[in-house]
Design a protein around this ligand. Structure first.
Ligand code: C2O
Ligand code: CU
Ligand code: CU
Length: 505
């Protein structure tokens, strides 16, 4: 990777605050402290019911015509468990798709062969703090870290990716990411499209140099915007298929780019699931907003399309989200190569979701407020959350909660001279979006995206536009310890737009 603009330079102040001599690379900085991640105490589950060994390694992958690209990739094998629990993604730098059952006990051994520290986060999963991939758990190259946990989450499309402090975006840009799919009985009852018609779609953008190598040239304020769209690691992605219903599991695995997704032929965007699994009922939208880290499951009904039909999934223009955001582009193309008749009904009810009630929150009348702001620290502008840049173990008074409590949290994007859109993500439990409000000044831009927000069901990441305030209801999990919330624009995350929250028993 050609590193044109180092993400290591969070800011002078932040670097000095952690006692790092200026001039050391992010890699040198991240090697201190080094922890071998402790295996969590084993409660009443059987570790190894599903055991997977993964390596994070440099390798090459043929992506464009001509020279192969140097990538970093998760590669793995099944140590113990049902065949089919680990499915490699063809022709891709993406890590294998991990399939688990709710309630299953999973052990993952991760061998770091990157030449620099890493740690892996299971995005969206409710796991103990010691398993969650906190940057303080980054472990050195040449060592292996093992995590074990029960799968508490409901069926859904989750994912895994690196989470070391200040080097997350570089490691993800190099290719480290994969799907983590949870299945359960509630979902199985619905008889949704399966097999070849259950299609994980990881949407990413990359820039290549003349010798087909990744170029990472972010704009420090807006992030990284690649010139080539990749789907599951493949450019100009064409999915040849038959005229059936498809379950598309969309993941925005891009570092910064936000998509406004719609089908070129007017096929409706029928959303059946999002970050935390199936919605209560399907929702048809004119288009779907998907910001980095977010997932959405689509009931893509291609029945009745004659052989030869081309359907492009594209991103439509929108405004005000930041420089380089909102550019129209094509993501992938479906090509109908076989006509079939399929009898399949979109279920009217997908899952049981009880809405949280504001009055049940422990802080119903005193919402926690986490403001997004742009500060200048050490001469460099940085977006911040809750007034401060990330510092490894720092927790503010309003970032502490009791395990199991329901809280209302307001995230505001109304301060500062420069406001752009951000994807805000909380580790731990899936939450519900209570409401969104927008200032008069933000309204016109907000109107270009608002009909595509997926505000229903369970979320772990939401997009927030300039001028917007989003209130969420979050019932904290039962695992105590240090967890993260942060901007999932990975350039912002590495700049320090990330904070800890602490759960006390
Ligand atoms: Cu997908 Cu803390 O991130
Ligand atoms: Cu996460
Ligand atoms: Cu951000």
């Amino acid at each position: 990777m050609t590193l044109i603009c180092s993400t290591a330079s969070r800011s002078l102040a932040a670097l000095l605050a952690v006692g790092v001599v200026l001039g050391l690379s992010a890699h040198a900085r991240a090697q201190h402290p080094q922890h071998i991640r402790p295996v969590p105490p084993v409660p009443a589950w059987t570790p190894g019911e599903l055991e997977i060994s993964l390596s994070a390694i440099p390798r090459t992958q043929s992506i464009l015509a001509g020279a192969s690209t140097n990538v970093w990739s998760y590669t793995g094998f099944l140590v113990n468990g049902a065949p089919g629990s680990l499915v490699p993604v063809a022709n891709s730098f993406l890590g294998p798709t991990i399939h688990v059952l709710r309630g299953q006990h999973v052990t993952i051994n991760l061998s770091n062969q990157l030449g620099e520290p890493t740690v892996t986060h299971l995005h969206g999963l409710d796991v103990p703090a010691s398993v969650d991939g906190h940057p303080s758990m980054a472990f050195p190259s040449g060592t292996t870290s093992t995590v074990s946990f029960p799968v508490l989450n409901r069926a859904g499309t989750y994912w895994y990716h690196p989470h070391p402090d200040m080097t997350t975006v570089e490691q993800v840009q190099m290719g480290l990411a994969g799907f983590f799919l949870v299945h359960d009985a509630e979902e199985a009852r619905l008889n949704l499209p399966s097999g070849a018609f259950d299609v994980p779609v990881c949407i990413q953008d990359r820039t290549f140099d003349a010798s087909n190598q990744f170029v990472f040239n972010p704009n420090m304020l807006n992030g990284f915007f690649g010139s080539t769209m990749l789907v599951n690691g493949v450019p100009n992605y064409v999915h040849q298929t038959s005229s059936r219903v498809h379950r598309l599991r969309l993941l925005n695995g891009s570092s910064s780019r936000i998509y406004k997704l719609a089908f070129s032929d007017g096929t409706p965007m029928v959303v059946i699931g999002n970050d935390g699994g199936l919605l209560a009922a399907p929702e048809t939208k004119p288009y779907l907003m998907l910001s980095p880290g977010e997932r959405a499951e689509i009931w893509a009904d291609f029945r009745g399309r004659p052989v030869g039909t081309q359907i492009v999934l594209r991103s439509l223009p929108f405004s005000g989200a930041g420089t380089s955001q909102g550019v129209a582009l094509d993501v992938l193309r479906f090509e109908i190569i076989q006509g079939v008749t399929e009898n399949r009904t979109l279920p009217a009810t997908l899952s049981a979701i009880t809405p949280y009630r504001l009055q049940d929150a422990v802080n119903a009348s005193t919402p926690k407020t986490y403001a997004i702001n742009l500060i200048t620290s050490g001469g460099m502008p940085s977006f911040t959350l809750n007034g401060g840049l990330f510092s490894m173990f720092d927790v503010a008074a309003n970032e502490i909660a009791r395990c199991g409590t329901l809280e209302v949290i307001r995230v505001t994007n109304t301060a500062g001279a420069m406001q752009i859109a951000h994807p805000i993500h909380f580790h731990g439990r899936q939450f519900q979006i209570l409401d969104r409000t927008v200032t008069a000044a933000g309204l016109a831009n907000w109107n270009t995206v608002k009909d595509g927000y997926n505000n229903s069901g369970w979320k772990d990441t939401f997009m927030i536009m300039p001028g917007e305030t989003v209130r969420i209801l979050l019932r904290h999990g039962s695992y105590p310890g240090l967890f993260l919330y942060h901007c999932h624009n990975l350039v912002h995350e590495d700049m320090g737009m990330m904070r800890n929250f602490r759960l006390d028993p």
